[in-house]
Structures are given as C-alpha cells and as structure tokens.
Design a binder for this molecule. Structure first.
Ligand SMILES: Nc1ncnc2c1ncn2[C@@H]1O[C@H](COP(=O)(O)OP(=O)(O)OP(=O)(O)O)[C@@H](O)[C@H]1O
Length: 593
C-alpha cells in the first residue's frame, strides 16, 4: 500500500522518467564525452538513492554502504569475466565459479540477491545499535569489507586491479536501471514500511508506542538499500572494466555522502539535486585543476581544487540549508495537495475496541534508577469505561508508572498484565497492539510528517492495518484537527499538537488510553473542550482513560477515580470527593494537613 495520494506518485514517476530519458537523449546528441559523464552520473545517482533509502528514512547516517557497492561489483564481475581470463588470472577460484560465465543481467540479479543476503546478516547485528553507535558500526563495516577484499586475493586479486570485466554498461542501460532505482526508492519512501520508518526517525519512542516495530523497519530499509548499492556497484564494474578495492572505500564514500547531504537526505528529490550539483561542480572544477589563464594572467595548478569545491558546497549547505538544497519535501509535495478529509464535522465516531473489557493491572511495580526509587511497590488497575486520574507532586513517579504500564520502561520489580497476557517485558509496539495507546508529557509528534501521516502511521501499525484510513480519519475528526490534516505537525499550536497526539493514540483503536498531561499548554476554554471530548469517548464508546495532570479542576471534574502518588509510593485512591478530604493527600500537596 502506498500512503501518499496516487497523483503524487504518478507525477513523481513521470518526472523521473522524463529526467532520465531526456538527459540521456541530450547526452547522446552531444557525443561520447557527455555520454560518459552522464553514465557515471546515473550510476552514482543509483548509489546516492540507495544510501538515502536507509540513511534518509531512518535518520542513521551510514558510512558503510560503499561496501555493498563493492560486493555487488566483485560478485557481478566474477560472473561475467570470461572463463579463459579466470583460468589465466584467478587460478585458485572454486571450479563452479571458474567455469561460470553469464551475461550482465544475470550477473546483476545474482549480485543483488547475494549482497542482500550479506546485508541481512550484518543488519541483524547492526540493528541492535542506535544513533551514532550504529553510524560508527557502519564505518567498521566499510573497513572490514575493504580488508577482506584485499586479503581474499584468490577471488579478488587483492589490492591489484580486477581487470578484464566486459564493459557492458551503456548510457541507456544505466538510464533504465537509474529510473528503476529512483522509482523503487520513491515508492518505498511512501510505502507503509517507509512511513513507519520515517515516523521512527522523527521520534522512535512515540513510533514504537503506536505499534511501529522500529528494528524490523530499519532492517527492511537496510537490505533494500544494500540491494540498490549492489546494482550501482555491478553497473560501475561493467562500465569501468577494471577496478580495485580503493574504488569502494573512503574517497567515494565521502563523495556520495556529500551528494546526499548537499541535496537532502530525506527525499529522492534531494538525492537527484545533490548528485546533480556535485557532478556539475566536479566536472567544472576538474577542468581548472591543472591551472588556467584569465585575461592573460596565469593561475597555477592547485592540487585538490575539486575537493575544495565540494567542501565549500557542503559548508554552504550546512550554513544555509542544513536540511539540504531540496529541503524536506519531495518536489511534487510542494505543489500538489496532500490528504484532505471530506467530512470536517466534528463527532466522536471513532470506533473503539470497547468490546474488550479486560482491565490492565500493574502489580507491585517498582522502578529504580540507580539509587533513586522512582516508583515503589505500586499496584494499579485500569478498566475500559472508567476515567482514572493519576496525580501527585512533581517527581512523584507518575510518568515512570505510565512508562512501565506502556512498555517504554521495564519495571525493576513487579508485573504488568492484561487478562492472561503478561506485558511486563513487552515492547511498546506489542503493548499498543494489545489495545493500549498513550500520549507523552513532552509532546512527541512526528514533526516533519503531516497531521494525517502522524495519525495514519498509528492506524497502519496496529490491528494489522485493517481499516486504517477509516480509523485515521475518524480519529482526526473526533479530535477536531481535520482542518490541519495537510499541515506538518510542528507547525501547529501547542494545544492542537496535544489534540493530534490524542488522535494518533485513538487511531490505534485502543480500549485503554494513557494521557500524560494532555491539557498542558492549553487555555481554560481548550481544556474544557478537551474534557468534553474525553467524556464523550469514555461514555459512548467505553474507552478507559488513565490521565496524569496537574490541573486538579480537570482531574476532579473528569475522573471517576483518582490515584495519588507521593515520592514513588501510592498514598491514596478513591473518588474525587474522598481524595479531596484525604489528609495524606493534603499533606503531600500543601506540606501540612
Ligand atoms: N530515565 C530516568 N533516569 C533517571 N531518573 C529518572 C528517569 N525518569 C525519571 N527519573 C526520576 O524519577 C523520578 C520520578 O520522575 P517522574 O517523571 O516519573 O515523575 P512525575 O511524577 O511524572 O513528575 P512530573 O509531575 O514533574 O512530571 C524523578 O526524580 C525523576 O528525576
């Protein structure tokens, strides 16, 4: 399923085809030098787009992707190298490989499958790392694969040139493969998997809390991007005819990363813009590298002119356009309308899985952070159909308790259960798929995604994505944010962002919702409005709500039951009237009874 409007994809594909075919026709007319430059451009663009599929969508910069390009190059070259050449120059090759000689297409296909398999194995390990640790690991991957390529002389000829590869990559084959790679990358970005990964890039904890299995999505992107890199490597090998491990090491890694960063990592438009900019700059500066004369004045040769030029462009991009020259949106997203919701009338027709009346219980929950006991032996039960307030002074452990109940934290002691289902060690995405959704104290929206995409991500990642569009739109309408559907989440006011967060939770069709300070940042009118919406949702649809808030008026009016924490311990629970009179609560809040 593609998550963007079909017209976006159609326009984007037409643009890609027109760009590649058009430029290939122009280059053919201009002659062989232009054809050569454009062929290299197409091959580089495939690689940049491959890097973007992983780094752009996941937000994890990878230095290791040239390894996959190298694996693709060597694997395909070993298959197309003429048998006599293998016998003469690689006498120790295994017999089955020495006797195999295929055409370019077969070699490309095998190289892609083989590289994807290698990437899958590496990805399973690498996926355990987050952020900069993952980036450093990809650097290690580049160095290790380079070392293996040099050391495995019987197969790769070591650091020497691997020559004799049929030069079968033409301008047109590069153009066709480039079109395919760009379309695959574009479709992936707007696929369910791509949307989930982008949501994870914006906020991993929130994505997980609405059902996104982030590691699985990262692995899919990693393998897909490795496959695209292998394609690029195979085409490069069959364009050059001879190459060495150096071709797939630091120099080209930085060149391709420069293209990605300058253009913009997060879009296919960015990859094209970056590849185009750096290729033009490189081609222009290369001509001046050996020195030139202006108005009779001789300018001497400056070693590294091209690199200096690329460095300056990166600096410019970092100062003026840190998100890349193409920005954060695909070209067509700027001028075509996105998802709008037809019925903007506000109602509460969110269908909630209220059929599941099973309560959630937390038994003897304790959470220690080093020496600090944030929650101390607290037992709690929340049922669908009731609104429970969780209050207490600052630092009393309310958020920590919510985090344990929603899988964001694993309790040091105690257990979390829903019926027979033990959720103590469950990941947040599993908890979300057991009918429990939540919002966060510090708003955690997917900032660069639209309101519609924020909510759709949740709907697609729960209940196997069934009726996702319907659930998404109903939740948006119920929370009164339909008019912002096409806006990026970070452009909304604080109060509306809180509403979008609740809509995103409701789109999971939960039977229990945890709201962490949902009225923070709202004025009285907005708070009263929110209160009415929540009352409707619980009353008509049987939703259970566990709400943390410092607004005691809101808690008193809204809640059937209130639980009070102080210094990590449960000090009271009861109806609002009982809690108001409870001396321990008064003392906790006022310091005296
Ligand atoms: N990840 C963490 N690592 C270390 N200490 C933490 C962590 N999370 C919370 N704490 C500490 O645990 C205690 C309880 O924090 P918590 O955020 O749960 O309280 P709270 O009742 O939600 O507070 P507030 O009303 O201010 O939001 C605090 O002392 C806090 O500093």
């Amino acid at each position: 399923m593609i998550t963007s409007p079909p017209k976006h994809i159609v326009v984007s594909i037409l643009g890609i085809v027109a760009l590649c075919i058009g430029s290939a026709l122009v280059a053919s007319a201009l002659g062989s030098a232009s054809e050569r430059i454009l062929t290299v451009f197409f091959i580089s663009l495939i690689a940049v787009v491959g890097m973007g599929v992983y780094s752009g969508n996941s937000g994890i910069l990878s230095f290791g992707h040239l390894s996959f390009m190298g694996i693709g190059a060597y694997a395909s070259a070993l298959l197309t190298l003429p048998v006599q050449m293998k016998v003469a120059t690689l006498p120790k090759l295994p017999e089955w490989l020495a006797g195999t000689e295929t055409g370019l297409l077969t070699a490309v296909a095998v190289a892609i499958v083989f590289t994807s398999f290698v990437a899958l194995i590496i990805g399973l390990a690498l996926n355990r790392l987050e952020g900069s640790a993952a980036t450093i690991a990809t650097l290690g991957l580049l160095i290790i694969v380079h070392g293996i390529t040099i050391g495995w002389r019987d197969v790769t000829r070591g650091s020497q040139s691997f020559f004799g590869v049929p030069r079968d990559t033409t301008l047109w084959s590069a153009a066709i493969f480039c079109i395919l790679a760009l379309i695959v990358a574009r479709l992936y970005r707007d696929s369910v998997s791509g949307l989930r990964l982008r949501a994870g890039r914006e906020n991993a904890i929130a994505a997980s809390a609405v059902g996104v299995h982030i590691r699985r999505e990262r692995l899919i992107a990693w393998v897909l991007s490795a496959a695209i890199m292998a394609l690029s490597g195979a085409l490069m090998a069959h364009f050059l005819g001879a190459f060495s491990p150096k071709k797939f090491y630091f120099t080209d890694t930085f060149l391709l990363l420069a293209m990605l960063i300058v253009g913009g990592m997060t879009t296919v438009t960015g990859a094209v813009t970056g590849a185009l900019t750096i290729t033009i700059v490189t081609e222009v500066l290369r001509r001046f590298e050996g020195g030139f004369s202006v108005a009779g004045m001789e300018i001497p040769a400056v070693f590294g002119t091209t690199q200096i030029g690329i460095g300056l462009i990166i600096l410019f991009a970092m100062f003026r356009k840190p998100e890349g020259l193409a920005g954060l949106k695909e070209l067509e997203e700027r001028f075509l309308s996105g998802h709008s919701i037809k019925s903007k009338t506000r109602d509460t027709h969110v269908s909630v899985a209220a059929a599941d009346p099973t309560p959630l219980t937390g038994d003897n929950l304790t959470m220690r952070f080093g020496g600090l006991v944030a929650v101390n032996d607290v037992s709690i039960e929340v049922k669908p159909g009731e609104i429970v307030g969780l209050i207490g002074p600052n630092g009393s452990g309310k958020t920590t308790l919510l985090n344990m109940l929603s899988g964001v934290l694993t309790p040091t002691d105690g257990s979390v259960q829903r019926g027979d289902m033990v959720l103590t060690n469950a990941a947040p995405h599993d908890v979300a798929n057991h009918g429990i959704a939540r919002t966060f104290q510090n708003i955690r929206l997917f900032n660069e995604l639209t309101v519609y995409q924020n909510v759709l991500t949740a709907a697609l990642s729960t209940l196997d994505g069934k009726r996702a569009t319907e659930r998404c739109e109903a939740a948006i309408v119920a929370m009164g944010v339909a008019q912002f559907a096409e806006n990026d989440a970070n452009t909304l006011s604080y109060g509306d962002q809180r509403r979008v967060e609740i809509a995103r939770a409701l789109a999971c069709e939960p039977s229990l919702v945890f709201l962490d300070e949902p009225a923070a940042g709202m004025n009285r009118e907005e708070t009263d409005d929110l209160m009415k919406t929540l009352q409707n949702l619980t009353g008509e649809l049987g939703l259970g709500v566990l709400i943390v808030d410092h607004d005691l008026k809101l808690i008193n009016q809204l809640c059937d039951r209130i639980i009070v924490l102080n210094e990590g311990m449960l000090i009271a629970q009861g109806t609002p009237a009982e809690i108001r009179k409870n001396p321990a609560v008064i003392e906790a809040y006022l310091g005296h009874s």
